[in-house]
Write a protein that binds this ligand. Structure first.
Ligand code: FAD
Ligand code: SIN
Length: 519
């Protein structure tokens, strides 16, 4: 079975949906969503979206904060573009129905998070992502040119490789013609042929044991692009959020927004002693790399399983008004955050690297775009500044839409591709082969490729991963395609890239901290 479309989008989070709305006037649009349209990492975003709105803030300050957090490994042109276009993108999100909180004066209420020198985080209480997703999904559902296929899993991008040609990463003419996708309801594989393809598949958090990311964040887009021979970079920079709720067994880990520290909450040891000033003069509002490493160090020194976030200095009314979701969540497990401190630990949260794109979201493969967390635009450098991710998604999905809509009329849909070949495959009846390998992968990444790394740990990680890689490729070749085997294969591909890029970087910088290269 095959489908033909002008604009094909894999992913229904902020990046995929903004792009969909912007290209829809120029042709037919098909959006794929692995679960349902609203189940995305976007939906879980709490703190908000960073943008320059009013004085005393200005573009220069936000640009500087972004580059300081990124340890100077940012692409300065991209940083300037993202921040100079931030106000425009916020106004558009608001016009499209997102309700950002306002002061009684009518101005937007702005919060502060780690690494920001000004109050510039627009938010909707402590569930900003859910509000953005709601507004975008509503517009997409009502758009006549957009079809959303839910419960569909993209498996692999289609390139000349599928016509039997040898494709090498250094080739300049690799072209994307769409993707093979599994209809999870029927088990059938659809060949989706497209003039342009957008990868907006989000993050990679599930390659680790503990993550704030929803289960869908398995790095599918990066793995598919890598297999199609796109350029990938900066994946060694995995951001661990300092404060996820310590609640053993809960997946994903529940986030305690950094905005709480912006509102006055302080990190303290289990004995109640503040410690962040030992690591950075900005204390509990230091950037995430420093804060997560400080917590990791305190836990190693004390042998404790968590530190506390002391929220008791925040006024009770402010907690109830600004952090209702966190208040309710903590209360549900017996913690009243107006009276008790919150036990927290770092958790894998965000991938700063990904598929290399230019300032219009174009990847190294022709007619293939990428935007959102899956992309490596160069905005974040070695560490992302809090709340710059939603901003990056909004700015570069917009720019990619400009590019794709201006080129689509010059592209013909190629139709001579074979359907997915599942000859000789059988149903894998031993799920344990997949679940056990996934656990091993997550344990390897958490123990050897986490917040603090070393050369020997990275080498060991690669050796162990190679075993799982070979077993999984073998299983994939023999099995009828299913979501669990595809996700496992993708997570292994992405973990491999994280390790290889971490091994290649002979320094400690930003989120990549290797004890063999002390700072
Ligand atoms: P997502 O929103 O993750 O969407 C990915 C989409 O791709 C989904 O629709 C999924 O179904 C689809 N998909 C994936 N693989 C496939 C496949 N193989 N086939 C078909 N579909 C597929 N950032 C901020 O800037 N501010 C914040 O306050 C903030 N808070 C956060 C809080 C939490 C708990 C988390 C997890 C992240 C937070 N972030 C925040 C980061 C930010 O939310 C994400 O980086 C951003 O939402 C990513 O958007 P996206 O559109 O790239 O991907
Ligand atoms: C948070 O609310 O702390 C998360 C913000 C982000 O990931 O940018």
């Amino acid at each position: 079975m095959s489908t033909k479309v002008d604009f094909f989008i894999i992913g229904s989070g902020i990046a995929g949906l903004i792009y969909a709305l912007k290209v829809a006037p120029f042709g037919s649009v098909c959006v794929l969503s692995k679960i349902n349209m609203d189940e995305t990492a976007t939906r879980y975003a709490q703190g908000g979206i960073a943008a320059v709105m009013y004085s005393p803030d200005n573009y220069k300050k936000h640009i500087e904060d972004t580059i300081i957090a990124g340890a100077g490994l940012n692409n300065e042109e991209i940083v300037r573009i993202a921040i100079n276009e931030s106000t425009e993108r916020i106004n558009e999100l608001a016009e499209w129905g997102t309700q950002f909180d306002k002061e009684s004066t009518g101005k937007y209420s702005l919060a502060k998070e780690g690494g920001h020198s000004e109050f510039r985080i627009l938010h909707h209480k402590d569930n900003t992502g859910n509000e953005i997703q709601r507004a975008l999904s509503e517009k997409v559902r009502n758009h006549p040119n957009i079809t959303v296929l839910e419960n569909y899993l993209a498996i692999d991008l289609i390139t000349q490789h599928h016509l039997g040609k040898l494709v090498k990463r250094k080739d300049k003419d690799i072209t994307c013609f769409g993707a093979y996708a599994l209809d999870k309801n029927t088990g059938k594989i659809n060949t989706i042929l497209a003039k342009t393809t957008m990868l907006a598949t989000g993050g990679i958090g599930n390659i680790y044991q503990t993550t704030t990311n929803p289960t869908l964040s398995t790095g599918d887009g990066i793995a598919m692009a890598y297999r199609a021979k796109a350029h990938i970079n900066y994946l060694e920079f995995v951001q661990f959020h300092p404060t996820s709720l310590y609640n053993p067994g809960e997946k994903p880990s529940f986030l305690i927004t950094e905005a709480m520290r912006g509102a006055g909450a302080v990190l303290v040891t289990k004995k109640g002693v503040p410690f962040m000033h030992k690591y950075d003069k900005r204390g509990s509002l230091a950037p995430r790399d420093i804060t997560a490493r400080a917590i990791d160090n305190e836990l190693k020194l004390s042998g404790d399983e968590f530190v506390y976030l002391n929220t008791l200095k925040i006024d009770k009314n402010e907690i109830l008004a600004h952090f209702p979701t966190i208040y309710a969540k903590c209360l549900s497990i017996g913690i009243d955050i107006t009276k008790d401190m919150i036990p927290v630990v770092p958790a894998a949260h965000y991938s700063c690297g990904g598929i290399v794109t230019d300032k219009y979201g174009q990847t190294s493969i022709q007619n293939l775009f990428a935007a959102g967390e899956v992309a490596n635009t160069g905005l974040h450098g070695a560490n992302r500044l809090a709340s710059n991710s939603l901003l990056e998604s909004a700015v570069f999905s917009h720019r990619a839409a400009l590019k794709a809509s201006s080129t689509v009329s010059n592209i013909n849909i190629e139709t001579n591709f074979p359907d997915w070949n599942d000859e000789g495959t059988v149903l894998n009846e031993e799920m344990i082969l997949i679940t056990q390998s996934k656990k091993e992968l997550q344990s390897i990444m958490s123990n050897y490729v986490g917040i603090v790394r070393s050369n020997i740990r990275l080498k060991r990680a690669l050796d162990r991963l190679n075993i799982i890689y070979k077993e999984t490729e073998d299983l994939f070749d023999k099995s009828i395609v299913s979501e669990p085997i595809c996700e496992l294969r993708n997570m292994i591909n992405v973990a491999y890239l994280v390790i290889r890029l971490a091994m290649r970087r002979k320094e400690s910088i930003g989120l990549h901290y290797n004890i063999d290269y002390p700072v």
